[in-house]
Every structure is written in structure tokens, then in C-alpha cells.
Design a protein around this ligand. Structure first.
Ligand SMILES: [Zn+2]
Length: 451
């Protein structure tokens, strides 16, 4: 019976059960002097039992078994611990010790969280039989009386990790319509800020009737979503143009999103360079080969872009590369130069300090913080001076054509990519076909299918 009741607890206890349970506390059968005393203590707690019931799970469970007379749901209040809760129900301190010291898990009864519910089951003599604490949706701590003390264990429900496909049509915004399609906020952020940030401006580009399909990892317990993980593949069709991204892990374990571009061509979704090393910073001085220098007060080419930012603002390297200079250099003050490949170099000047994590010769990934805004060298105020060089020639970082990585002739890569990506390409393809509204585009063309 206990088992049955215990199960029904997790299905949801009706207020009727708990109300009867608390009623039973007021008028216990087989009253003894001891239990009457006990009553005096427990009566004071009854309102909280009602309160608990109202908030607890809150749906009807079929009641097949008779109600356990001394069944209490105790809603945990601030600063409460078992040693302050037990006396309320006349449970002695030796019981407490038997539970908490039963084994390693017993000690975990020490971390009770406010507003969670502790289920206390007493026998007719008000002796604790079972204590249940539902820590979270997955884990439940259970202490059950046995011959010589308590058997304490953690019941963990199995997690179901799987892939899910969600699809939607834009009516107002990605956040609203994404949520409607079942996407979590975390998935929406990944799509907008991480995966498609180089291709789609979700504030400006999205139009009503644009479509999206997203395949992502999801972990659930008993069919209920617990959390979402990575985006595995996604496609946006914006004004008829398709943008796709498929997550791919290479042999070295690097994870990138790629977009199939027809037969045997795969493009990295992420651009090789960020447009700016500081997001949302105001440009205080543009690239200008005939500028009058504010400190030197004479015409001197300004071969970079200045970003006004508070001293200490993190500066991100705009592309993957290697630090080839890190130190003091005349008017630049503290400067970091990153070599990206043979062709490209970027320079970050006037730093207040460097990021100690990277040294001269360190490899850096795009977006890595190489230093912090300052006003070292020839600078009137705190700002970042950013230069971008193509084959040794200074280019305007705001207008220079930034490259994209395309993989064309690497058979090994393409074969491996195809193996990982094809199931997702097929799923996106199928999902899109099923809606029958989207004009089949690049990704979904027969050509691409062969990859
Ligand atoms: Zn400058």
C-alpha cells in the first residue's frame, strides 16, 4: 500500500487526500496520550499543510488505496532543516541521526530547499516510517524505516535524451513564433546569436510567412521536457532564400556549423572574421588616410577604426589565429597583433591590459578576449584602435570583403561531413516538403542531396 501511495504522490495528490490526511491528524484513531500530545504540536502546523496541498502538483489522482492516516506534506520554509522540522511532528533526534547517518546519501537531507515539499509518513504510534524529499524533477530522496534504522536512497528517474524537430512560420518575431513552435529560449538564442548571426539579422530580415525548421537535442523525464541541448541542424527560409546550418564535429573534435552549397561544396556558416572586436561600441574615428591626428595635430593616415568604449571593456579577436605580437609598441601602447593565416592580420591597440591567458605565440579562437580597452600610447581617451591587414596592406575593417571558408576539394572532409550531415539534410528536406509551402531551395535541391 505504501508503494502504491508513494507512486500516486508523484502522479499528484488531490487536495481531498491531503485534506483528509490533515483531518486524520486532528482526529487520529487509537488515540494515545502520546499522540494527543503530538496533536498539540501538529495542529499548529495544519494551515501549512493546506497551503502545501494547494500548491503541490495540483491535479487529481485516482485513489485506489485507503488513505494513510498520518501522512503529512510539509512545505519547507526559509532556514528550516530536518532538526527544526522533526520536533514539529514529535520525531525525536535519534531518528534524525539514523537517517542522516544511514549512509552517504543520508547527509543529503541536510540541503532542503525552501518551498519544496517534504513528505512525512508516520505510523499509528506517530513513529516515522518514511521520509520523502523530492529534490527536483529527476531526483527524490527516500528514507524508509527498516529493522535497525533507515534505508536511505536516491531515486533517480531515467533521463530520455533525444532529437526533436520543430517547425514554424514567422508571424511576428523569432522569439514569439519560435516559442510557439516549442523552441526553448536557449535554442532561440543559439539560432540568433551564434549560428545565424553572420547571415541573418533577426530584427530586420525576418518577414511574415518566413519559415524555420530546427532539429535540436532535448532531454526529458516522463515525456516532459527537462532541458534542451545543442542545435543539430536548422534552416530558415527568408523571402524564399534558404539558409541552412548543420552541426559538424571534425576529427580533432572542433565543432562548427556548415551549410551544404551544392554538390561537393560545403561552406562554414561562421564567417572567418567578426566585423568588430567590440560588440555595440560607438565608432569614434573611421578609417581615413588623410586624417588630422588628434594628438600629433598633423595629417597622418588613420589606418584603422576607433571604437569608443569604457576602459576595461573586453576586446575580442575577430578571427582564429596566432598572437604574433603582444607588448608595448610606441604610439599603439599595449598592442596585440594576430596573424590569421598567411593573408590576414588584425591589430588591437591602446589596451589597458592584456588577457593573461594568452601569450606571444598562443593560438586564439575567434571571439577570444585578447585584452581590455585602455588609453596606453598616443590616445586622448579610452578607446580601441583596430586595424585589419590583407597581404600586409591596411584595409578599412568596416568595408573590406570578408572571406568565407568553403570546403571544395577535401574528399576526406566531405565524405566524413556527408556521413554526419546527411540524416539531418534529409530530415530538413522532408520536413520542408511536408509543409508543401516552401519553395525547395539550394539545400534541398537534388544536387545538394548527393552532397
Ligand atoms: Zn585609431
Amino acid at each position: 500500500m505504501k508503494t502504491k501511495l508513494y507512486q500516486s504522490l508523484f502522479l499528484g495528490i488531490t487536495s481531498a487526500i491531503a485534506a483528509s490526511a490533515s483531518y486524520a491528524l486532528i482526529t487520529p484513531q487509537n488515540e494515545t496520550q502520546a499522540s494527543m500530545e503530538n496533536l498539540a504540536t501538529t495542529t499548529a502546523v495544519i494551515p501549512s499543510i493546506y497551503e502545501t496541498t494547494a500548491n503541490f502538483l495540483g491535479h487529481t489522482a485516482e485513489l485506489e488505496q485507503p488513505i494513510k492516516p498520518r501522512y503529512i506534506e510539509h512545505k519547507i520554509k526559509t532556514n528550516e532543516t530536518l532538526s527544526s522540522i522533526f520536533p514539529l511532528y514529535n520525531i525525536n533526534s535519534s531518528t534524525l541521526e539514523k537517517i542522516t547517518k544511514a549512509n552517504k546519501i543520508g547527509a543529503r537531507f541536510a540541503d532542503l530547499m525552501v518551498n519544496k515539499v517534504l513528505i512525512i509518513e508516520l505510523d499509528d504510534a506517530y513513529k516515522l516510517q518514511r521520509l520523502v524529499y523530492k529534490k527536483d524533477i529527476v531526483n527524490t530522496l527516500v528514507a524508509t524505516r527498516n529493522a535497525d534504522g533507515f534505508d536511505v536512497r536516491m531515486d533517480s528517474r531515467p533521463l530520455d535524451k533525444h532529437e526533436t524537430l520543430a517547425q514554424g512560420t514567422i508571424k511576428s518575431s523569432l522569439s514569439a513564433d519560435g516559442a510557439k513552435a516549442g523552441l526553448s529560449a536557449s535554442i532561440i538564442n543559439k539560432l540568433a546569436d551564434k549560428i545565424f548571426a553572420w547571415d541573418i539579422d533577426f530584427n530586420k530580415d525576418l518577414q511574415p510567412n518566413d519559415k524555420f525548421t530546427v532539429i535540436y537535442e532535448e532531454t526529458s523525464v516522463d515525456g516532459k521536457r527537462l532541458k534542451t541541448g545543442e542545435v543539430l541542424a536548422a534552416e530558415f527560409v527568408i523571402s524564399g532564400k534558404s539558409y541552412s546550418a548543420i552541426r559538424y564535429k571534425d576529427k580533432e573534435g572542433n565543432i562548427e556549423y556548415y551549410s551544404p552549397q551544392g554538390k561537393n561544396v560545403v561552406r562554414k556558416v561562421r564567417k572567418t572574421f567578426l566585423r568588430s572586436p567590440i560588440a555595440f561600441a560607438r565608432i569614434s574615428s573611421h578609417f581615413n588616410l588623410h586624417r588630422k591626428h588628434p594628438v600629433l595635430n598633423r595629417i597622418r593616415a588613420h589606418k584603422g577604426v576607433d571604437y569608443a568604449a569604457r576602459s576595461g571593456t573586453p576586446i575580442k579577436t575577430t578571427g582564429d589565429g596566432k598572437i604574433i605580437f603582444r607588448g608595448r609598441k610606441g604610439g599603439y601602447g599595449n598592442v596585440v597583433i594576430v596573424q590569421h593565416n598567411k593573408k590576414y592580420k588584425s591589430l588591437y591597440a591602446h589596451m589597458s591590459k592584456f588577457n593573461g591567458k594568452y601569450k606571444l605565440g598562443s593560438t586564439v579562437k575567434q571571439g577570444a578576449v585578447v585584452g581590455y580597452v585602455g588609453k596606453t600610447g598616443l590616445a586622448t581617451g579610452a578607446h580601441l584602435h583596430y586595424e585589419f591587414l590583407v597581404n600586409g596592406v591596411h584595409k578599412n575593417p568596416l568595408t573590406v570583403k570578408l572571406p568565407r571558408t568553403e570546403i571544395k576539394e577535401d574528399k576526406v572532409f566531405l565524405a566524413r561531413f556527408k556521413k554526419q550531415a546527411q540524416p539531418y539534410v534529409d530530415q530538413l528536406n522532408q520536413a520542408t516538403t511536408e509543409t508543401a509551402e516552401i519553395k525547395v531551395d539550394k539545400l534541398l535541391s537534388k544536387k545538394t542531396k548527393k552532397l
